[in-house]
Design a protein around this ligand. Structure first.
Ligand code: ZN
Ligand code: ZN
Length: 378
């Protein structure tokens, strides 16, 4: 099950992350980073703050220690988090204080500030009013390059998340059968996502028959029928905060010949993209490696989404494996490889693994077979 040593390993990295974020901001002329509750704040401080109407804001200034501004109501939680344990300065504000003025007072000379990409619009605008001078930019310009390159402790956390979701997929054939609804199967899967080592269930897609042709279909009351292909795409977040995301395609009973034909192409496409991953190649070339195989197989028009997305503290983050993204892969980058072929109104298929670019190759974090899982009718 979950290895808590890795949470500690990740917490040990927090001071270095803060230092690198400060350096990164200085490099691009940003005087202060202003981060609200969300993955960037968690990445830098370990504090999983509640997203509330009251302002919580990490103020990171050039050449000074960071300050975490929190409502006094939230101060005990902040103190109890790794942020408090690390000795980060935490400043509380009372119900009748103006926290925006408090933040502005910490950065009187700033000319450019970078705001959390996920900050609520009302907070963005109130900071604009409190800090009318500084140019507002986006913090992911600085944080995303850090988060994209995972440390060994982060890779280990993703490896554990991958193993946990693999254990869930191993049980899917027990639950998937003709006569049950997608929702019933999804409930069994959701329970297993938790019991196998996740803290939260982030999504459960059970796309049976024609529903499998809609890549982000979740669950419905459709009754699974004999011969249905079923796309099962599932993921959760572990206690360390790292996400899993894995898709396998199943068939209940006998698959049709045309389904088998497109699945065979899909399997080769997924393998070709994984094979292509190594340091120095671009994200878009990984996408092309999968897409070329599917196009050659005659299904190019039916592969209707990008090949993958980065993963870490969020299920979807940089780098995106898509045409037009010339980001060059480096060791430590983790992302999905998930081509799909979608026959509208009939069926769909997708194979998804999380992989990591290593020093000279690639490591898959989902290890179950890519073969179509044929579940005999009971
Ligand atoms: Zn997925
Ligand atoms: Zn995915």
């Amino acid at each position: 099950m979950y290895n808590h040593e890795h949470v500690a390993g990740i917490n040990d990295e927090l001071p270095d992350r803060i230092r690198r974020a400060q350096d990164g901001a200085a490099d691009v002329g940003i005087d202060a980073l202003l981060l609200s509750p969300g993955p960037d704040l968690r990445y830098l401080t370990g504090y999983q703050a509640l997203p509330l109407e009251r302002l919580t804001c990490l103020v990171m200034r050039a050449g000074a220690d960071p300050v975490l501004v929190v409502p006094n109501l939230e101060k005990p939680a902040a103190m109890a988090s790794p942020a408090g344990a690390s000795g980060l300065e935490i400043v509380g504000w009372d119900e009748t204080d103006d926290p925006y003025a408090l933040v502005a007072g910490l950065i009187p000379d700033a000319r450019a500030v970078a705001l959390d990409n996920m900050m609520w619009a009302e907070k963005v605008l109130r900071l604009r009013d409190a800090l009318p001078g500084p140019h507002q930019r986006l913090a992911n310009e600085v944080i995303s390059p850090l988060r994209m390159r995972k440390s060994p402790a982060e890779i280990e956390a993703l490896r554990q998340a991958g193993a946990a979701i693999d254990r869930v997929h191993a049980q899917v054939p027990e639950w998937l059968r003709a006569g049950r609804t997608e929702r019933e199967v999804g409930a069994d899967i959701a329970e297993a996502i938790r019991t196998e080592g996740h803290e939260t269930v982030d999504f459960v897609i059970v796309g049976s028959g024609p529903n499998g042709a809609s890549p982000h279909h979740e669950l419905s009351d459709r009754v699974i029928r004999p011969g249905d292909p079923v796309v099962v795409d599932i993921g959760g977040t572990t206690p360390a905060g790292y996400c899993s995301d894995c898709t396998r395609t199943y068939v209940v009973g006998e698959p049709s010949a045309d389904f088998l034909a497109s699945y065979e192409v899909l399997q080769r496409a997924q393998a070709a993209a994984v094979e292509h991953v190594r340091p120095g190649v671009t994200c878009e070339s990984v996408d092309a490696a999968a897409r070329d195989v599917i196009a050659d197989g005659g299904f190019g028009d039916l592969f209707i989404h990008r090949t993958g997305h980065g993963i870490g503290l969020q299920t979807h983050e940089d780098p995106y494996i898509v045409e037009g993204n010339d980001t060059v892969l480096e060791p430590g980058m983790a992302f999905s490889i998930e081509p799909g072929i979608y026959h509208a109104d009939r069926h769909g298929a997708r194979i998804e693994d999380i992989v990591v670019c290593t020093d000279d190759d690639v490591e898959a974090l989902n290890l179950r077979s890519h073969d179509l899982v044929v579940i005999p009718e009971k």
